[in-house]
Ligand binder design. Structure first.
Ligand SMILES: O=C(O)C(=O)C[C@H](O)[C@H](O)COP(=O)(O)O
Length: 203
C-alpha cells in the first residue's frame, strides 16, 4: 500500500495508545464502522504490537504503527502486520529501512530543513508534528508554500474543534489525533466522536 492510499483513505487518523482499556479488535471495529479505517497504534506501550496484530485482522482496517523510531521497531511493526509506519521525526536510517521494506512511511517534520532532507531522500509526504506546538496553521501554511508537491498529515494538539480548519488547507491530505480515544471514554462515545470525524472531508 502506498502512503498516498493510506492518507486518502480517511480524513482523520486516530492515534491510539493501547493500554488494556479496550479490546483492540473491538475498538478497531468501532472506528472502522464509524468511517475511520486508518488506525495508528503508537509503539509506546507494551500492548502495542499485540494490538496491531489483532486490529490488522479486522475487515476494512488499515493498521499502522506510530512512534516508530528505528529500523528494529519497523521490523517488529511489519512482522505484526502493520501496513504503514509513522515516525515523530525524520532520520536517514529509518527512511532507508522503510524504503527497502516497501512499507508506507510517514515521517514527522516541523521545519523547512526537515522537508528538504526528506525531499533529498525521495519523500513528499510528511506528518507535520507537533502541529499546534510548532506554530499551528500559520506555520503549516508558511512551510507548505515553497514545496508545491508536498502533502502533510498534521498531528499533535489537534482537536475536534480545530480539525475542520486543518482539513481545509490545500497541502493537508489528512490529520491525526488522539482526541477520539481518550482515557475513560466508552466504545459508544468513541464511536460517536469517530462518526463526526469520519464525516469531515479534506477539500
Ligand atoms: O510521533 C508519534 O509517533 C506520536 O505518537 C505522536 C502522536 O502522533 C501525537 O502525540 C498525537 O498528538 P495528540 O493528538 O495531541 O495527542
Amino acid at each position: 500500500m502506498l502512503i498516498d492510499q493510506v492518507m486518502q483513505a480517511a480524513p482523520v487518523i486516530p492515534v491510539l495508545v493501547m493500554n488494556g482499556e479496550h479490546d483492540p479488535a473491538e475498538l478497531a471495529n468501532v472506528l472502522v464502522e464509524a468511517g475511520l479505517p486508518v488506525l495508528e497504534v503508537t509503539l509506546r506501550t507494551p500492548d502495542a504490537l499485540d494490538a496491531v496484530r489483532a486490529m490488522a485482522k479486522v475487515p476494512g482496517a488499515i493498521v499502522g504503527a506510530g512512534t516508530v523510531l528505528n529500523p528494529r521497531q519497523l521490523d517488529a511493526a511489519q512482522e505484526a502486520g502493520a501496513q504503514f509506519i509513522v515516525a515523530p521525526g525524520l532520520t536517514e536510517p529509518l527512511t532507508r529501512a522503510a524504503q527497502a521494506s516497501g512499507i508506507a512511511y510517514l515521517p514527522g517534520v516541523a521545519t523547512a530543513g526537515g522537508i528538504m532532507r526528506g525531499l533529498d531522500l525521495g519523500l513528499e509526504r510528511f506528518k507535520f508534528f507537533p502541529a499546534e506546538a510548532a506554530g499551528g496553521l500559520p506555520a503549516l501554511r508558511s512551510l507548505a508554500a515553497p514545496f508545491g508537491a508536498v502533502r502533510f498529515c498534521p498531528t499533535g494538539g489537534i482537536t475536534e474543534a480545530t480539525a475542520p480548519d486543518w482539513l481545509a488547507e490545500p497541502a493537508v491530505t489528512c490529520i491525526g489525533g488522539s482526541w477520539l480515544v481518550k482515557k475513560g471514554l466508552s466504545l459508544a462515545e468513541i464511536g460517536a466522536l469517530a462518526a463526526r470525524a469520519g464525516a469531515l472531508r479534506a477539500r
